[in-house]
Design a protein around this ligand. Sequence first.
Ligand code: GLN
Length: 556
Amino acid sequence: MAEQGNTVRRSEQKNPAGRTKFIFITGGVLSSLGKGLAAASIGALLESRGLKVTLQKLDPYINVDPGTMNPFQHGEVFVLDDGAETDLDLGHYERYTSARLTQRNNFTTGRIYYSVITKERRGDYLGGTVQVIPHITDEIKRNILAISDDADVAIIEIGGTVGDIEGLPFLEAIRQLKTDLGRENSLYIHLTLVPYIKTSEELKTKPTQHSVMKLREIGIQPDILICRTDQFLPPEIKAKIALFCNVDQDAVITAKDVESIYEVPLFFHQEGLDDKIVQMLNIWTRSPHLEKWQEIVYAIKNPRGAVDIAIVGKYVNLKDSYKSLNEALIHGGIANRCKVNLHYVDSEAVQKDGVEPFLQGADGVLIPGGFGERGIEGKIMAVKFAREMRVPFLGICLGMQLAVVEFARHVCGLEGANSSEFNAGTAHPVIALLPDQQTIVDKGGTMRLGAYPAVLQDESLANQAYQEKQISERHRHRYEVNNNYRELLAEKGFIFSGLSPDGRLVEILELGDHPWFLGCQFHPELKSRPHTPHPLFREFIHAALKEKRKKRRKNV
Ligand code: GLN
């Protein structure tokens, strides 16, 4: 093409990220509009058009990672194969796409400053004044560009809401990136709220206008607006938003509230979102294959049965604390074409009022992971109930450890048996730190994080579920089954059906004389996907359904 003087047309500008194009997602008006789900759904749609995607979350808080944050404050910590403790949005990314995520896919203000300050101390800035612009923003840009690899599209989600003071360096960095990358290689998508006001029976666009104004003040003109609302936006409202916010009318996308989160990609497609994205980024692709999303939604909406699962835990009032667990249980339901009703039970209430009022009608009992002593005895009571009443049981991490404590106390006769996490002086520390962990005082250093392999015993429940001999699962814990008690526990009926390849660590245990009782030291919920439900959740729900039907037959 003819060059005009020295000017290079934008579309011919060299992309410093190779072939990768970037989508930046920001949020306005208020938090919790579902930015993570929107990012994940966009990833799913682009993948279904044959593109390779990757995703990244930028969190504006000062913690270096969310690992040190209380689940009450921040929801669950999502652990990746490489052991990175990340924001729960990475869970959505993994459930919706096949992107392989690592530590690089999530970073915080804390991590950025940590790295800039380390460089400053090392003398890398050679006497210069270290400032937010350009040093912090350059570090942010470097971290964003570093994830491109060979992806066709990288989706970058900026945490927080436009207008937050702490988000400014991130927004400034992505503002600069549009110039660095070129117009056809970058796209800004802004998620806002269009509330319906009942008294005047009107959809209101003002919050969206203000939030876009705020973005434009800092130099970002959004290309696409995704509007959270409980009604479809009529054309005149879209036209109004388009006019006031300076975007194309077909770039105003309705994000209506949905029954199941797995409908979001389908709704977005119906609204033309993926077409608009590829058009604006100038990408040629096939039309999307969305059958697998349609199948999942169909299975969720047309169940053939239902089970009631009691989840006995501590963080029961904040559903975000058990995000992946909820999803994995729903996936287990998809695999069995049944609805899974989740009942959160506060373990302290069980401790106070006994198990019966809470667990009487449960078809399955699940004890999730956790830290700290509160409610522990209530959870042990719940294990005892599930074991004795032959209710299908799944114990995850802390849940497995407490299954050992319960069995040691009530079947092996080890009075006062406990985890040394809760009673350092117990006569029977059936769950304890490994001998080589005990000398480390810094708690962070003793955590077993990320993917570890396990070898499964033939014909065990675990082996039947996975249909594999060796598996790999994600961990986040300090304590382990104490090997000094393994022989006694096995003698009394425990089956250690999953062990680390060297045999030193117990990964899975089960009970022989029980319909389905399994505990695992890892977190299977972190690897469950709607399209490939995790084998342990699939089998747990299957057992719950089977026992429920058996019981019903008996009662007839
Ligand atoms: N608190 C237990 C440990 O550290 C269990 C951790 C968990 O459930 N994630 O070993």
